[in-house]
Design a protein around this ligand. Structure first.
Ligand code: BGC
Length: 390
């Protein structure tokens, strides 16, 4: 099926390859008024100091990132009239991130994001057991030592609005094998893109699946629900799940289901409590969407336009380009009026996540693309969020 979106995706491919190359190789932005500022973000309960870095581009777009969980804390974008608003959920300091209200807001998520069935996998003949922190499954890397809950080391880059975060997760941490060296780079470009690049190496074979868990509300974080946001997903297929959100192993077409976002739909339009019957195998609960989609990658290419999100009121648009095979669309089903930055509250479905990644529980599904990183290999992936207004 040739949709507007797939045509657009294909015409973007050449540009994209260049864009990704420049993300990897260019180190200069001379002539622009990019800047980086560093501030204190408070001490963790364990007494560790954390920092927050402000990245600003030539157009006045601002992203703030903290060493706690290598987390995106703020993202200020212009609407169609040029008015800035912060469009991501977050907290004013590290204490907020360590509190009960934090549902992985903006963090670097892993070592393996999403779920691993019953916290178990076998690799090279050895069985590994992980925390079952989302009963009965493992979610987003586990407990207190998950990488989203650790303080990373930050190194600002010179000549561009970019910060590199590094962390080593020791062999056996949260049950995962291998000393894993990770590097996450946030870059804010003058093209109003936020690029997030990941790199990792290991000394023992280990599963890895890193993503960013930003919660977006393009009308402004804390400004209401995202039910009116219009979403397009470049995905012909999704991975059906059981009642505990573990993939059954099937890869089903979205055609004819409420998961067909190949043309733009308002998010609230087809959630079952909005009067639309749920389709067998999609299991869209009355809570909303929490599904993993297989991204269509044009043949011969490694990068695709995965998603386009528009807030019709403010006109803000986000496009997500990635080299990852899948994307989790989560409609903020478990948000419950947490108080976040500046006293704003985040209601049920008050923000959504579009997390680029490998399919959930890939380590237990040989028919899904592999998530195993071996010694001598380098894990490398980039996701670009491109913002505009119309
Ligand atoms: C998952 C949800 C989960 C949420 C936690 C999302 O990535 O898909 O099931 O509740 O993260 O914040």
């Amino acid at each position: 099926m040739q949709t507007y979106f797939s045509t657009l995706a294909m015409s973007m491919v050449a540009t994209l390859s260049l864009l990704f190359m420049s993300a990897c190789h260019s180190n200069s932005n001379s002539g622009s008024s990019n800047s980086i500022k560093k501030a204190n973000f408070g001490k963790t309960k364990a007494g560790e100091a954390t920092e927050i870095y402000t990245l600003k581009n030539a157009n006045g777009v601002i992203a703030k990132v903290t060493t706690y969980g290598a987390t995106l804390v703020e993202l200020h974008l212009p609407d169609k009239a040029g008015k800035l608003a912060d469009v991501v959920n977050g907290f004013d300091n590290v204490a907020g991130y360590e509190g009960d209200g934090n549902q992985y807001f903006g963090c670097t998520t892993g070592r393996v994001c999403n779920r691993i069935a019953k916290g178990k996998f076998t690799l090279d003949g050895k069985e590994y057991t992980l925390a079952t922190n989302n009963d009965p499954n493992h979610l987003h890397g586990g407990g207190d030592k998950a990488i989203s809950k650790q303080v990373w080391k930050a190194t600002p880059m010179t000549g561009k609005a970019a910060v590199v975060f590094t962390l080593t997760s020791p062999d056996g941490e949260e049950g995962y094998p291998g000393n894993l060296n990770m590097k996450v780079t946030y870059t804010l470009t003058d093209e109003n893109e936020l690029r997030i690049s990941y790199e990792a190496t290991t000394d023992k074979a280990t599963p890895i699946n890193l993503t960013n868990h930003a919660y977006f509300n393009l009308g402004g974080a804390g400004s209401g629900t995202i039910l009116d946001h219009e979403l397009t997903l470049n995905a012909d297929h999704f991975t059906p799940v059981d009642d505990t959100l573990i993939p059954t192993g099937k890869i089903n077409p979205v055609a004819g289901t409420e998961l067909d976002f190949r043309t733009s739909h308002a998010i609230g339009e087809r959630i079952p409590d909005k009067g639309v019957a749920k389709t067998e195998d999609c299991k869209t609960s009355t809570l909303g969407y929490d599904h993993n989609f297989v991204i269509n990658v044009p043949s011969g290419e490694s990068v695709a336009l995965a998603a386009r999100l528009k807030d019709p009121k403010s006109g803000r648009v986000m496009e997500i380009y990635t080299d990852q095979p899948a994307i989790q669309f989560y409609s903020g089903n478990f948000l419950k009026n947490q108080t976040g930055k500046g006293g704003k509250t985040y209601p049920f479905r008050g923000a959504l996540c579009l997390e680029t990644q490998h399919n959930p529980d890939s380590v237990n599904h040989p028919n899904f693309p592999s998530t195993i990183l071996r010694p001598g290999e380098t894990y490398r992936t980039t996701t670009v969020h491109r913002f505009s207004a119309e």
